[in-house]
Every structure is written in C-alpha cells, then in structure tokens.
Design a protein around this ligand. Sequence first.
Ligand code: UTP
Length: 408
Amino acid sequence: MTLAEAKQKLAQYGQEHVLKYYEELDAAGREALLAQIAETDMSVLASCKHREELVKKGEITPLAAMELDEINANRKSFTSTGLDAIHDGKVGAVLLAGGMGTRLGSDNPKCMYNVGINRELYIFECLVNNMMDVVAQSGSWFHLFVMTSEKNNDTTIKFMQEKEYFGYNPEFVHFFKQEMAAATDYEGKIYLEEKGRLATSPNGNGGWFISMKNAWLLDLVKKEGIEWINVFAVDNVLQRIADPCFVGATIQRNCDVGAKVVRKNAPDEKVGVMCLEDGRPSIVEYYDLTRELMDAKDEKGNPAYNFGVILNYLFRVSALEQLLDGNLPLHIVEKKIPCLNENGELVKPQEPNGYKYESLVLDMIHQMDSCLPYEVERNREFAPIKNKTGIDSVESARALLQENGVEL
Ligand code: UTP
C-alpha cells in the first residue's frame, strides 16, 4: 500500500492520526506501518459508538442440563463410548491460550504462571497432567492444538520446548496463531503502541476454528480422522480435557456440541448460563440475565437458568465446517491497552482506557443445532485463574487444587 492509499483508507475511517510519527520512521518502519494499515479491518471500529445494540438477544427459554444423577447412572456406558472414540483417534483438543491475561497482570503468557508453593507447578503443567490421565485410561495420545497470538506465541513455544512438554508426546502438540484486531480509545480511534505500529490485541477466542484453518491444521484434523474437538480455556487448572464420560455422553445423545456446566452458586453469579434463544442453544451472559430470568423456575420447581458454562466445549467437526463462513457477533470489551501518550511515550494503564474488538467461542453454541449441557462438580473441575487474589484467583485455585489432592 502506498502512502497515498493509506491516507485515503485512514480518512475514510477517521484514523489519520496514526500517521503522526510517519516522517520520523526509517524506510523499513514506514513500510511496516503501511502494511499494517492495509491489513487492518477498520470497518468494525465505529461500532463502539453503539455497543449496546451489537449483541441483541432473541427470546430466551430454558434448556435442561444433563445433571449429575443421570450422568452417574450412565457413567459406565458413556465412559466406554468416549474411550473408544479417543482410542480411535476421533477426539482432539484445542487449548485457547491467545488471551492477554490482563487481569492476572503477569508479563509472561498465562500458561507459564507458577501456581506451586513449595515446588514449581505451572498452569500448562496442570493441564498436561490432566490430559495424561486420559492418555493412561485410553492407552493413546490425542492431538492438542494450542492457539497462541502474535504477542505470546514464541514465548509459549519456547517454554513448552524447554519443559519438554511436561511429558506429553510432542508429535501430538501443534501451535497456531490467532488473528489480531486493532485496539482503540473510547471514541474508536486506534491507539499506537509504537511510533510505527498500531496497537493490536488478539481478536477474541471465537476465531479459533478459522485460525486453525488458516494454519492448515484442518488438513491434519481430516487426515487423522478427528471428529470431535474439545475446546478449553487455559486458566482452569482443574479442567478435565477429553473427559471420556463427557465425550461419550455427547456422542450418545447425538448432539453437535457438549458444554460442561456447573450449578450456579447464586442466582446472580457472574457466569454465562445455558439457555435456548429463539429455540436454538445459546448462552446468556450474566449481565443480560434479567431478574425475571434469574427467578424463573423449571417444571421441577428448580431455577430454570441454573447452569453456568466453564469454557469447556466438545464440538462435532462436521458441524463446525458448515460454519466457516458464518460471522460471529462482535463484542466490544473495555480493557487496559498499552499505548503511546501525547508525548509519544509508552504507557501501561492501570485502569481500562479503551476497547478491544473480539468474537467469542460462546457465540458458536448458538450456531449449533443441538447442545448437551453436561453438569460437572464445581469443586472438582472448576478452578479458573483470572485474578491474583479474590474470586477466580491464584489463591482460590490453589485452595481447590489442594482440595483435590494436588501437592503445591
Ligand atoms: P479471558 O476472557 O479470560 O481473556 O479468556 P484473557 O485475555 O485471557 O484475560 P483478561 O480478560 O485480559 O484478564 C478466556 C480464554 O480464552 C482465551 C484465553 O487465553 C483464555 O483461555 N483467549 C481469550 C484467547 O485464546 N484469545 C483471545 O483473544 C482472548
């Protein structure tokens, strides 16, 4: 892209200010900035002016979960179906590790966080240990695809190589990078993170399947005959991955996606809950859950919207393939964005200072024809690390790990 073309594009979207330092850049710096301007989608940024209209919900009705009693009554059969699928290579897993973990505030990727107290125990290690249980049970390795971003890819790969994949078979581990999106101030103006670089952030966890395709990994999925993909977040250290009983239940119920859920601990707990939206499976975010929905009861007299998602989904690959061209809704999220100040100095804000533009994996559920919400015991499978202290923190996760017999 030439400078003239860049100016034209920037004028169209009111972003001319990003050329403020253009004259100061050397030839390579100028070329890089023009290339970044060419590839950045600026059409979405104006949406920040009407954020609330973006994610409009349809009619919400309850979607019953498969509860623990039913799971326990069928555990043997589900587990056997799941183990067969894993043993036959039909199950793969995708670790979503492209996030910035701004709330935790560590400079390293979240997977490198050491949750140990008297010994080293990294988040990635906890996840691999949990995967190894399934490897032992099924007698076979399963493929793990790790989504990183441009910001943390090299550090994550180097860390895993140094740690020798914590004992996992490296032939079954594949890294791929997600796409980036521009980050802006509250008026939708793109921040600069360097004099010759627009501020960018990973484009949310909803792009994982497209990014896998762009990295040619869907060819491997096909070649290996992987029919189910278990997508999970990096930060839940009690996460069960490719859980045979969950896999078997989703297969036996013939659903396009299974979603692990936990019983909410209060009607207003801040988790997204499973529901139907206009008759299709969906997740309603806690901030969209009205008092009326919170208090609604099902036919047994139990709260009708009582199961929260924990970002552990099992997708049927053939259902995902039909979605490849379907756009997910855009979420505009307030975040802390490192950027140049008026004087051209880099600042790392302590408070949110603008917006990131993301698509979310939870919106993929609404695009599936059928979904099995599958209850798991909260204290056994849900120990998310979002913050340093308090709720969903290193502290709370450590306590839960210890409760589950993990030595720290
Ligand atoms: P979070 O919503 O907790 O976001 O991600 P985050 O960026 O990790 O953390 P904060 O909000 O800045 O503190 C949930 C999961 O989705 C992944 C994260 O790595 C985590 O596993 N994720 C998030 C991505 O892979 N890509 C993204 O763009 C965003």
